[in-house]
Design a protein around this ligand. Structure first.
Ligand SMILES: Cc1cc2nc3c(=O)[nH]c(=O)nc-3n(C[C@H](O)[C@H](O)[C@H](O)COP(=O)(O)OP(=O)(O)OC[C@H]3O[C@@H](n4cnc5c(N)ncnc54)[C@H](O)[C@@H]3O)c2cc1C
Length: 282
């Protein structure tokens, strides 16, 4: 449980952080440390340089950005859960953040760290996929905006390059839409065995558009496009049959708590419940 030796730097601005990150092939960004430090103690990660971005001003915020809301990479889960702006104008991320781990994890863990980690049972991936969020990455050669739908490339792997720092996440306003995040917590870790993020745009009693992100059941979070398609133009009475499509073409993962077969069953049940709850909320 003792990490290998490493150097530590705490730059005060993004330019210095990017220079340090490029100075060694195996340098790593340190955000909340809630995933990286345990991995280092187990020697699953052995960076020789940690670049702590916790002292860079203005990486922690939730603010309006045109027709979107921008969230700084170092914003903690607790701040996202409690943000009045998000809760009023785009509550899905707040709903997901409020169900992450426990108080300590929510006070230290950051949205940038969680997305960069791409844990298969993390909560945010379902939400950023359903929201069609934009993920902003900075390197010494400039900024690029990665759609959430292209960001996750596999278990613990993303479209981020080694020389990039995730700086911001941008989500659309979802006022007027039905929103829900429903999770089956792992009893030991608190991670999602299944997590369902739902956005429903209604036109009277009919569903105009549905966006559904699912995490926890496979190596990578995904959009349940078959369910979305089945719901378009339908009413709430169609939820049960549409939800049976929630695991279409998915390779389910299993562990000692929940087998692949159990997750397959759970994802259908939880999708239906997530949709029903979304409709019953004001
Ligand atoms: C007991 C426990 C319970 C948990 N339960 C849950 C849960 O229920 N749901 C859930 O979703 N998560 C859960 N987590 C994970 C938690 O949300 C972590 O905070 C998160 O996975 C990592 O965020 P961090 O800020 O701690 O990142 P770190 O651990 O500092 O970094 C994680 C990885 O991301 C990289 N990184 C960090 N920030 C950036 C950046 N801005 N740009 C580029 N790369 C970056 C690091 O180099 C590292 O590889 C839990 C963790 C613990 C310890």
């Amino acid at each position: 449980m003792i990490p290998a030796n490493f150097d530590y730097e705490a730059p005060r601005n993004l330019a210095d952080a990017l220079n340090l990150l490029q100075s060694r092939d195996d340098a790593k960004i340190l955000a909340g440390g809630h995933s990286l430090l345990p991995a280092m103690k187990l020697r699953l990660a052995q960076p020789t340089l940690l670049v702590d971005i916790g002292r860079i001003k203005d990486l922690s915020y939730v603010r309006e950005a045109g027709d979107r809301i921008a969230i700084g990479a170092m914003t903690t889960h607790a701040d996202i859960a409690g943000s009045q702006l998000l809760r009023k104008s785009s509550p899905l991320l707040s709903l997901a953040a409020s169900q992450i781990g426990d108080t300590q994890v929510r006070n230290r863990g950051t949205i940038g760290g969680s997305l960069a980690q791409a844990h298969p049972s993390a909560d945010y991936p379902a939400a950023v996929l359903a929201l069609d969020a934009e993920i902003v990455a900075q390197s010494r050669s400039g900024e690029r905006v990665i759609p959430a739908t292209s960001f996750f490339s596999g278990m613990f792997s993303t479209a981020l390059r080694n020389d990039e720092i995730l700086t911001e996440v941008r989500v659309p306003r979802t006022e007027g839409q039905r929103v829900n995040y429903k999770k089956h917590h792992h009893p030991a870790s608190g991670y999602a065995v299944v997590g369902i993020a739902v956005l429903l745009k209604m036109s009277g009693a009919k569903i105009d558009n549905a966006a559904i992100g699912i995490t926890g059941v496979s190596a990578i979070a995904y959009r349940a496009t078959a369910v979305e398609k089945a719901l378009r133009g339908k009413s709430a009475g169609e939820f049960a049959s549409a939800a049976t499509q929630s695991g279409a073409s998915v390779e389910f993962i299993g562990d000692t708590y929940a087998s692949a077969e159990y997750r397959q069953h759970l994802v259908t049940v939880m999708t239906r419940r997530a949709l029903e709850e979304a409709m019953s909320k004001k």
